[in-house]
Design a protein around this ligand. Sequence first.
Ligand code: GTP
Ligand code: MG
Length: 311
Amino acid sequence: MVGIDAEKDSQSGFGHGRVGFVAIVGRPNVGKSTFLNQALDYHLTAVSNRPNTTRKRWLGILSDADSQIIFADTPGVHASSNRMQEAMADTVASQVEGNDLVLCLCDPTRPFGDEDRRVADLVRATSKPVLLVVNKVDAASDEEVATIRDAYLEIVDDATVLELSAKNGAGMEALIDTIRIALPEGPFLFPDDQLTDVIERDIAEELIREAAYEWVRQELPQSIFVEVTDWAETEKKIKITATLHVERESQKAIVIGERGSRVNQIRKSARETLREDLEKFVDVRLSVKVSPDWQNRKRFLSDKRVVDLNS
Ligand SMILES: Nc1nc2c(ncn2[C@@H]2O[C@H](COP(=O)(O)OP(=O)(O)OP(=O)(O)O)[C@@H](O)[C@H]2O)c(=O)[nH]1
Ligand SMILES: [Mg+2]
């Protein structure tokens, strides 16, 4: 049976092997998106040193000859307060049950806190196998690693533990191998050259927001939303026009900077990352707009922004 399926699959251009969905969960800032980008060797989702960088579920597909691992990066688990954060929390909860395996990341450089407890409780409740990954081991002592691991295991109790530095790649191969052998056999679900289910426009919005986080050092937690308004593409060049939505006039002034200096840095930074990702000459045009209370408005939380894997 397997042979026949495999033949059929290869005729349709799809492979066959270990295949499955893996949810990446953890408190904000533990390195979930860094891990995904590192695993794919592609800058797919935004990474920053501030919490709540990821706002929706991102699929990242890692294929080789014998396996296809479909990762779902999720927003960090935190205490919900506004509509966007509630939507983010719902996304995580559905991911934990909707996947074949749960990758639970924790951060030994910070003490076990309320958010960790929430994550551990969520993971304990799942019927899926759990891999507990202690990330950032490059920045933590053995004692810190043991402390966070034990605190999680006390709640999660049945998990395989691995150590990782998503930043420098240490432990990456062992982790991918462990994931691979835990997945069921089956036909590939995506063509083996497909990296994600999101469109390039989404990646552009994500990477422009990442650049904004990098350059706007003042505290603007979650108050930037990027919307690509035009995408003009020729064989060699892509011209991307985007609006940076902020909540207040004061934030607009911060983002623009003196005589446009900050928005220009954001533009340059985004352009550089996007050129690498899209492998074309990329030009980015940005404008900044005040859109009060966007976090509570439905338009900004539409299916494109916060999606459920099962939908
Ligand atoms: N030292 C060290 N830092 C790391 C490692 N992995 C991630 N980081 C840093 O941790 C910060 C958060 O990384 P992200 O990948 O954005 O974290 P996240 O879990 O996706 O965060 P949210 O999307 O906000 O939930 C960034 O500054 C990363 O550079 C690691 O292995 N070692
Ligand atoms: Mg993230």
